[in-house]
Design a protein around this ligand. Structure first.
Ligand SMILES: Cc1cc2nc3c(=O)[nH]c(=O)nc-3n(C[C@H](O)[C@H](O)[C@H](O)COP(=O)(O)OP(=O)(O)OC[C@H]3O[C@@H](n4cnc5c(N)ncnc54)[C@H](O)[C@@H]3O)c2cc1C
Length: 431
C-alpha cells in the first residue's frame, strides 16, 4: 500500500528550475510575441528557439512523450506538476514542446501513422519545425460530430474532400491539417467518418476568415475553412477507414487532462493576485483582507483549487496506472467539466476584488474569464462531459425492484432488530 503526496527531491529540482525559467524568461515573452505558433514571425524566430534549446539541454523537452518519441517519459503525474507551471505563460507550452493541438496530433500520428506519415509529419512536428491543426468542428455543430457533412470521396487513387470546418485552431500557421470527413455515408453513425492528413498548401483549401476570441482585436487564430475539391492521395488516410471517432478519442483524452493541468496554473495566478490585492488595499477603515466577504472569496478559491488539483492529479495517476483512456473516461470528463467553473469563479472573484482596475484591460481577468469559457467548449462542452460522468457513476450502481428504496429506514430498522433479536431479548430479560 502506497499513498503519498510528496514530490521526490530530484524532480522537485526540475520543477524549481521550470518555475524560475517560466517566471524569468517566458512570462515576459507573452508581451512581445503575438502568436507563439506563428513560426514566420521574426521576433518569435529570434527569441523562442534559443529557449527551446535550453529546455532540451535540461532534458525537459516534450515531457508528454516517451523516450521512443524524444521525451523523458515522465508519465502524467509528473507532467501535471510541470504543466501547472507551464500554464502560467502562453509561450511556455511551445517552448517546452508540449503545446496543444500539436501534442494531441502527434499522439495520434504516433499511434496510427504509417512509417511514411510519421517521417513526413510526426518527426518535424515533434521538433517544432512545423505546427499543425485539427480540423473537426463544422459551422452547423461541434458538440455532435454526427451532424458533420464534410465528405471525402475516392476518385481513382485520390480522396477528394469537400465541406466546411469551423474553429480550426492555428490553421493559418499549420503545415498540415488533420481533417475529419464522411467517407462511408451509409455506415452506422460512428463508422461513417475517417481522418485525413492534408498538407495546408493543397489546392482547394480556402480560409474564409480567422476568428478571434472576445479579447483579441482583429484577426484571430481559429479558422473558418472551406475545402473545395481538395485532392489528397489514397494513403493520406490516418488510421482505419471509418475510424475517425476512435482516432479522435485517442487524442482528446490526453488533450483534456493537459488543459486541466495548465488551468491550475492560471487559477493559482488569479488567487495570488487576489490575495496580494486584499493585503494591499485599504477601504472603509480596514484592509480588504480583513473583510469577511473578501475572506470568503479567498477561502472558496483556495478550496476549489485544491479540490480540483487533487482530482487532476488522481486522474493523472490513474492514466499512468491503467494506460487506457477508456478506463478513466469518467474521471477525465469530471476534470473537464469542473475546469471551466473553477477557472471562471476564481477569475471573477479576482476581478471583483480589484474593482474598476479588475474589469479594465490593464489586468488579465477579463481574458481569463473568456478563457474559462474556452475551457468549457474546446474538446466538447461541459454539459456533454457531465452526462458522461453521470453515465459512468450510474454504471457502478443498480436500481431496486422493491417498492421502497434500499435506504428506507423502517425496513433497515426491522432488519437490524431481527439480526440482534437474541441479544436484545436477553438484555430485556436481565433488567
Ligand atoms: C478556443 C476554442 C478552440 C477550438 N479549437 C478547435 C480546433 O482546433 N478544432 C476543432 O475541430 N474544434 C475546435 N473548437 C471547437 C469546439 O470543439 C466546439 O466549440 C465544441 O465542440 C462545441 O461545438 P459548437 O461550438 O458548435 O457548439 P454547439 O455544438 O452548437 O453547442 C452549443 C452549446 O449547446 C449546449 N449543448 C450542446 N450539446 C449538448 C448536450 N448534449 N446536452 C446539453 N447541452 C448541450 C452547450 O451549452 C454547448 O456549449 C474550439 C473551440 C474553442 C472555443
Amino acid at each position: 500500500m502506497s499513498w503519498s503526496f510528496e514530490t521526490d527531491a530530484d524532480f522537485q529540482a526540475e520543477l524549481d528550475w521550470t518555475s524560475a525559467f517560466v517566471r524569468d524568461e517566458l512570462e515576459p515573452l507573452d508581451f512581445v510575441i503575438e502568436h507563439p505558433y506563428d513560426l514566420q514571425d521574426p521576433v518569435r524566430r529570434k527569441l523562442i528557439p534559443p529557449l527551446q534549446k535550453r529546455v532540451r539541454e535540461r532534458g525537459l523537452w516534450a515531457c508528454h512523450l516517451g523516450p521512443d518519441l524524444g521525451g523523458p517519459g515522465y508519465g502524467q503525474v509528473k507532467l501535471a506538476l510541470m504543466n501547472e507551471i507551464l500554464g502560467r505563460a502562453r509561450c511556455a507550452p511551445i517552448t517546452f514542446g508540449c503545446q496543444a493541438p500539436d501534442s494531441g496530433n502527434s499522439e495520434i500520428l504516433a499511434h496510427y501513422g504509417t512509417p511514411a506519415q510519421k517521417e513526413r509529419f510526426l518527426r518535424p512536428l515533434l521538433e517544432n519545425e512545423i505546427v499543425s491543426c485539427f480540423s473537426m468542428t463544422e459551422p452547423q455543430g461541434g458538440a455532435d460530430p454526427k451532424v458533420f457533412t464534410t465528405k471525402a470521396e475516392l476518385h481513382g487513387d485520390e480522396w477528394v474532400i469537400d465541406g466546411e470546418k469551423w474553429f480550426s485552431s492555428h490553421a493559418r500557421w499549420a503545415s498540415f491539417l488533420i481533417v475529419m470527413a464522411v467517407t462511408d455515408p451509409d455506415a452506422s453513425p460512428y463508422q461513417r467518418m475517417s481522418m485525413f492528413l492534408v498538407p495546408s498548401h493543397t489546392p482547394g483549401i480556402h480560409i474564409v476568415r480567422n476568428t478571434g476570441l472576445g479579447y483579441e482585436p482583429g484577426e484571430g487564430g481559429h479558422a473558418y475553412i472551406r475545402y473545395e475539391g481538395v485532392r489528397v492521395p489514397k494513403d493520406a488516410m490516418l488510421g482505419p477507414r471509418g475510424g475517425a471517432f476512435v482516432v479522435a478519442q485517442t487524442r482528446l483524452g490526453g488533450g483534456r487532462i493537459h488543459h486541466a493541468m495548465r488551468t491550475i496554473g492560471q487559477v493559482r495566478k488569479a488567487l495570488d493576485l487576489m490575495c496580494e490585492r486584499a493585503l494591499s488595499r485599504f477601504t472603509q477603515g480596514q484592509m480588504l483582507s480583513e473583510k469577511q466577504m473578501v475572506q470568503e472569496k479567498i477561502a472558496d478559491t483556495w478550496m476549489e483549487l485544491e479540490q480540483f488539483r487533487l482530482l487532476v492529479l488522481q486522474t493523472a495517476w490513474k492514466i499512468d496506472r491503467y494506460h487506457d483512456y477508456q478506463k478513466v473516461r469518467k474521471d477525465i470528463s469530471a476534470v473537464k467539466a469542473l475546469m471551466p467553473k473553477v477557472f471562471h469563479d476564481a477569475a471573477a472573484r479576482a476581478l471583483q476584488i480589484h474593482g474598476s482596475l479588475g474589469v479594465s484591460n490593464e489586468m488579465p481577468f477579463s481574458t481569463m474569464l473568456i478563457e474559462s469559457f474556452h475551457m468549457g467548449l474546446a474538446d466538447g462542452p461541459t454539459e456533454v462531459h457531465k452526462v458522461q460522468v453521470a453515465r459512468g457513476v450510474l454504471a457502478e450502481h443498480r436500481g431496486t425492484k422493491g417498492m421502497f428504496p434500499t435506504g428506507h429506514l423502517p425496513a433497515l430498522r426491522e432488519a437490524a432488530l431481527r439480526r440482534y433479536a437474541d441479544v436484545l431479548e436477553r438484555e430485556v430479560r436481565e433488567l
